[in-house]
Design a protein around this ligand. Structure first.
Ligand code: S3P
Length: 439
């Protein structure tokens, strides 16, 4: 499409602003899925209105859930556990969303009719064996295209509890199994490598029978199924993954300051803050509050000239998994060689992101040494880009687009960045927020 490209030729001017950024994607999708299984009407305020969340709502509608989305809120009439209405030949389109595609399968292990799940070009390249394999153990049957979409799921009348080890640090795999466990009589036991824990917090808040034993690198989660639960009202906080683009933009800009309000700072998501602080960034959290098990704060950040390279501790990987592309930009400007490893999961995202990180840095003139799961970045505090850089054919990965915009506004050069509509997936107001900084 002709107009679906942006051109950036100038650095962003110094700014001192306060931003309100859109709601958290993981929480928006989880709220909607859990509300669909509750008894009664759930309401949410500030649900993210991005394509991934809208796809979630339209999949739920196809399963008979009544949903009202108005300007200021979303209401979902829960059908109760496994209350979905299974018409014949239902096709659910998960669009670009791995979270939706994988999580909803957990709710469908009990489906009465076959259901087909499809997705867009990017999602159709991604691995689903990681969820179909454990979900098969509940008794559901899957027909996949070598582990990829389209996938047909045939539920079982009597899902049985399972034991499962999640070893990738994937919250999507963990949550798919947790949702399936809701439909079983008996106890499902999950040994899960640490990953974002929104689902566990929501289960607890809903009074579902969940027990969690926290160990150093993994959690043991026990869930007993068949417990009915009441509707859930929720005010979705700001997404730290969306905020991350603005934190890095501020750090890499000249003489700028930013406050982002009301951000979810759940410790399983704040790897970005920990990593940026280790690199010397000035980030402060103020007005810290608890909300239904989550932690919320305003984040303050400032530009900084002297950034340090990092040997990134791998225990932070999962809590920063969606932020590595922008973290790589910080490493490009840091003094010394930064090293990030154990990151093969990055190539399993909406695009092969580790590869895209290497490509973007290379175009910017930054030396890297990389393989399938690690990257060394040779930083240069004086890095200035002064050539033409074109970013295209990246499977419309929203985070590749937004990272490229941040690079263009902070390192210079003449950037042509295609597929700007990709931001609709997770952060439709991204470019509006950028404009707000220029005003
Ligand atoms: C998500 C988990 C992560 C993350 C994705 C959202 C979630 O994926 O990359 O953007 O909401 O559970 P994995 O579970 O595959 O690591």
């Amino acid at each position: 499409m002709m107009n679906n490209k942006i051109i950036i030729k100038r650095l962003i001017k110094p700014f001192n602003k306060i931003l309100e950024i859109e709601g958290d994607k993981s929480l928006s999708i989880r709220w909607a899925l859990l509300a669909s299984q509750a008894i009664g009407k759930s309401k949410s305020i500030n649900i993210l209105r991005s394509e991934d969340v809208l796809s979630t709502l339209s999949c739920l509608k196809k399963l008979g859930v009544k949903i009202k989305l108005s300007k200021d809120k979303c209401e979902i009439n829960g059908l109760g556990l496994n209350g979905f209405k299974y018409k014949k030949n239902i096709v659910l389109n998960a669009g670009n969303s791995g979270t939706l595609g994988r999580l909803i399968m957990g709710l469908l292990v009990h489906a009465k009719n076959k259901i087909k799940i499809i997705g867009d070009q990017s999602l159709s390249k991604r691995d689903f064996f990681r969820v179909t394999k454990p979900l098969e153990k509940f008794g559901a049957k899957f027909k996949t295209n070598s582990g990829k979409l389209p996938i047909t799921i045939e539920g079982t009348t009597k899902p049985k509890p399972i034991k499962y080890t999640e070893d990738k640090g994937s919250a999507q795999c963990k949550t798919a199994v947790m949702l399936a466990a809701l439909n079983t009589s008996g106890e499902t036991i999950i040994k899960a490598k640490k990953s974002r824990n929104h689902s566990e917090l929501l289960f607890k808040y809903l009074g579902l029978p969940i027990k969690i034993k926290k160990k150093n690198s993994f959690d043991v989660i026990r869930i007993t199924g068949k417990k009915k639960y009441k509707a859930l009202n929720y005010k979705i906080p700001t997404d730290i993954s969306s905020s991350a683009f603005f934190l890095v933009l501020t750090i890499l800009s000249n003489n700028s300051k930013l406050k982002v309000k009301n951000v979810n700072i759940n410790p399983s998501r704040t790897g970005i803050i920990k990593i940026l602080r280790l690199m010397g960034a000035k980030i402060y959290l103020r007005n810290i509050k608890k909300y239904k098990g989550e932690k919320i704060a305003d984040i303050y950040v400032e530009s900084i000239k002297s950034l340090k390279a990092i040997k990134c501790p791998t225990y932070l990987n999962s809590s920063a998994i969606d932020e590595f592309l922008v973290i790589f930009l910080v490493a490009a400007k840091a003094k010394g060689i930064s090293y990030f490893r154990d990151l093969s999961e990055l190539n399993q995202k909406e695009s092969p992101r580790l590869k895209w990180g290497v490509k973007i840095l290379k175009m910017m003139g930054v030396k890297t040494i990389s393989n399938n799961d690690s990257i060394k970045i040779f930083g240069n505090p004086d890095l200035v880009v002064n050539k033409t850089i074109t970013i295209k054919n990246y499977l419309k990965d929203h985070r590749v687009f937004m990272t490229s915009v941040v690079a263009a506004l902070t390192f210079g050069g003449n950037w042509k960045i295609y597929d700007k509509n990709s931001i609709r997936t997770s952060f439709p107001s991204f470019l509006k927020n950028i404009e707000e900084l220029k005003r």
